[in-house]
Design a protein around this ligand. Structure first.
Ligand code: MRU
Length: 350
């Protein structure tokens, strides 16, 4: 089945509930899951029905509204105490992507500044969740445009490698890294995408390839360990990845395997770009050592489907993200332009 690009909306509001594309079932099955309470949203985030930093923010915002609407009180103080509990539950679902806690802060801010009438506060929370979603579409399009201008001028048609999925599925519907790629494709500057498989959960193979195929963008799938060889063979002109959290000095957490790509780019003199909205920058953190790294269930690495890959008796370590030091990053592409990591601080407060 092929969908029109504008049909990829991973988080949508409809008929008084949230509709999530079930990303665990792609590419075999495209289906939506209806979420009508915050517990179900927390579970969908933990189990990665919805994933990708900006999409997590949008899902968290709607999740908080779903929790808010079920609170049965007219007393603002009681309402806010319940809301803080729900906010904590949602924040704890996935710790690395700062967009989740960023969006929840935006929502709480609305709750604390919308007067005494709980019914009105609830209405404003829903409006804020819609606003966060709509703003992300505009933001990603701006990232796409700035990224297009930041790409190397030669060759005319670029081959770009990306890691994980930072596409429509990871945002409101356009993508950050894949947004840059999409803009390059529309401008006639893209020859081909190389998609890293992205073990252990294979978001590259399952989701990035799916998105490229939907749009007719030529895509070549490689396993993560083939990237070094491809760079050495000069098959790749640029690497563009997304981000889950960026510290104020530009150190960037993204899907595990991103750091090794950045080292490879340095070795082979290939530009390495991070594309992310400003909501992914955590100006409270001095550097990447302060970014919390999520560890996930070891079954993600010791089995594929129902098949166990290794004998019993081993221990496991399954970090979901790594941190790329700022000095390996050519530019961070935000909705305000493409900057060297050291210039990031000039955007604080925007
Ligand atoms: O574990 P995931 O699938 O949520 O990880 C996603 C990534 O690492 C993306 O690159 C990042 O969130 C940016 S999405 C625009």
């Amino acid at each position: 089945m092929t969908l029109a690009m504008n049909a990829i909306h991973p988080v949508l509001w409809g008929a008084d509930q949230v509709l999530l594309i079930d990303q665990n079932r792609l590419p075999q099955t495209y289906c939506q899951v209806a979420i009508s309470d915050y517990e179900a949203m927390a579970q969908a985030i933990k189990t990665m029905v919805v994933r990708g930093a900006p999409a997590l923010g949008i899902a968290g915002a709607y999740g908080l509204y779903l929790g808010a609407r079920a609170i049965q009180t007219e007393e603002l103080g009681v309402f806010l105490a319940h809301l803080e509990f729900i906010a904590d539950t949602l924040r704890q679902t996935r710790p690395t992507a700062v967009n989740l806690s960023w969006a929840i802060e935006q929502m709480l801010n609305v709750a604390y500044t919308s007067g005494e009438d709980v019914a009105i506060v609830k209405e404003k929370l829903l409006a804020q969740a819609h606003q966060i979603r709509e703003a992300d579409l505009q933001t990603c399009q701006a990232i796409g445009e700035h990224g297009l201008n930041a790409l190397p001028p030669r060759p005319e048609k670029l081959t770009i490698l990306t890691h994980c999925n930072a596409g429509a599925l990871a945002t409101a519907g356009y993508g950050t890294a894949l947004g840059v790629i999409r803009s390059a494709w529309a401008a006639g500057r893209l020859a081909r995408v190389y998609a890293d498989e992205t073990r252990p959960r294979c978001q590259g193979a399952k989701l990035t390839v799916w998105e490229c195929v939907q749009e007719g963008i030529p895509v070549t799938l490689i396993t993560d360990s083939m990237a070094a060889h491809c760079l050495q063979q000069r098959r790749i002109d640029a690497v563009v990845v997304g981000a889950d959290r960026i510290a104020r000095n530009g150190d960037t957490a993204n899907k595990i395997g991103t750091y090794s790509l950045a080292v490879l780019c340095m070795m082979h003199n290939v530009p390495f770009y991070v594309a992310a909205p400003l909501s992914t920058v955590d100006f409270r953190l001095q550097d990447g050592t302060q970014i919390p790294i999520e560890e996930r269930d070891p079954s993600e690495i010791y089995q594929i489907g129902d098949t166990r890959l290794c004998p019993e008796g081993a221990d496991f370590y399954n970090p979901a993200f790594d941190v790329t030091p700022a000095q390996l990053i050519t530019a961070i592409i935000t909705e305000r332009g493409a900057l060297e990591p050291s210039q990031l601080l000039t955007l604080q407060g925007e």
